[in-house]
Ligand binder design. Structure first.
Ligand code: PEP
Ligand code: MN
Length: 337
């Protein structure tokens, strides 16, 4: 439930409501928009018993949130949330750009990719240390050593680290080395993992499941937020459809839908949607044109010899060209890179 305050209500009125909620074992999420203040009630509103909030000073009305997700809903925070990772803001005017190799293969490889990304203005470095692979015989990643390599390279270049976590028992080591934890498409409904990252305060990049609806994806975000971690960024990475020309089908429409229903920033992963390097830039442009808050793109110094996702990784030069094109589209929709 949200409490819509009257225009021009006093700070005392707001404090009074927050205090009352607290006395009943409930939390409050304050959202101060340009029009009016909204107080989101956190917890089971049945705890209020007979209290009629609409009779309190300064209250315009109480509105129930009808969706299963509350904290992640647009109603709860109409002005939208931002998430900051290493000085990069997701959900602001400027687009947030993450790039780097699919998998960490060696320190030299990560360094070469990161230098190319940084030359294009990038401040967030991605790289998979734990790789969830379809086949058990495929390269599974360098694991904790991969995290350490990412950290060393990122520190040397003053960048932040974004890397995937595949199991709840990895949380401590992942938090030590990463600035943002990625929950991959295959783990979007790994509820224990969601709860565990929710108990940390690390920013989370929550990818959409390969066959998940937008509502299921937002419910997954709610799992993280319900544990107290509101630093969640959504990532559309393509869904499984009957089409086989691309690896997945980028659901561009997810961007406006998420922006309408949720307060969370949303970015696009054109690489895993495309599956092919030549499709990556057009999909990235479409995502930004649709209103996405940023991109995560796979970049490898020598894609041909990549140990995973070779076909879809961009060279550093192609990535720099992508960023130039994205800048033009961003300007056309009132954003900047
Ligand atoms: C990745 O980003 O490396 C990855 C495995 O992505 P997804 O979970 O979207 O398949
Ligand atoms: Mn990949």
């Amino acid at each position: 439930m949200i409490i819509l305050m009257k225009k021009g209500c006093s700070q005392q009125d707001i404090d009074g409501i927050v205090r009352l909620l607290k006395e009943h074992g409930l939390g409050a999420n304050l959202s101060t928009g340009s029009q009016a203040t909204i107080i989101g009630v956190l917890g089971d509103k049945a705890k209020l018993g007979d209290v009629n909030l609409e009779l309190m000073d300064g209250v315009e009305k109480c509105v129930p949130i009808m969706r299963s997700y509350k904290l992640a809903s647009r109603e709860m925070t109409p002005e939208g949330r931002t998430v900051t990772v290493n000085g990069v803001v997701f959900g602001g005017k400027r687009l947030a750009m993450i790039a780097g190799p699919c998998a960490v293969e060696s320190e030299e490889q990560v360094m070469a990719a990161a230098q190319g990304v940084k030359a294009a203005g990038g401040r967030l470095l991605r790289g998979g240390a734990y790789k969830p692979r379809t086949s058990p015989y495929a390269f599974q990643g360098m694991e904790d050593e991969g995290y350490r390599i990412l950290r060393r390279v990122a520190d040397a270049l003053d960048m932040g680290v974004v890397s995937e976590i595949v199991s709840h028992d990895q949380i401590d080591v992942a938090c030590r080395y990463c600035d943002m934890l990625q929950i991959g498409a295959r783990n979007m409904q790994n509820f224990r993992l969601l709860r565990e990252v929710g108990r940390s305060q690390k920013p989370v990049l929550l990818k959409r499941g390969i066959a998940s609806t937008i509502e299921e994806w937002l419910d997954a975000a709610e799992y993280i937020m319900s544990e107290g971690n509101y630093n969640v960024v959504l990532c559309e990475r393509g869904i499984r459809t009957f089409e086989t020309a691309t690896r997945n089908t980028l659901d561009v429409s997810a961007v406006p839908v998420v922006r309408e229903r949720s307060c969370l920033p949303v970015i696009i992963d054109p690489s895993h949607a495309a599956g092919k390097a030549s499709y990556v830039t057009p999909l990235a442009l479409a995502g930004i044109a649709a209103g996405a808050d940023g991109l995560i793109v796979e970049v490898h110094p020598e894609p041909r010899v990549a140990m995973s996702d070779a076909a879809q990784q961009l060279t550093t030069a192609s990535y720099q060209a992508l960023v130039r094109q994205v800048s033009a589209v961003a300007a056309a929709v009132g954003r900047e890179v």
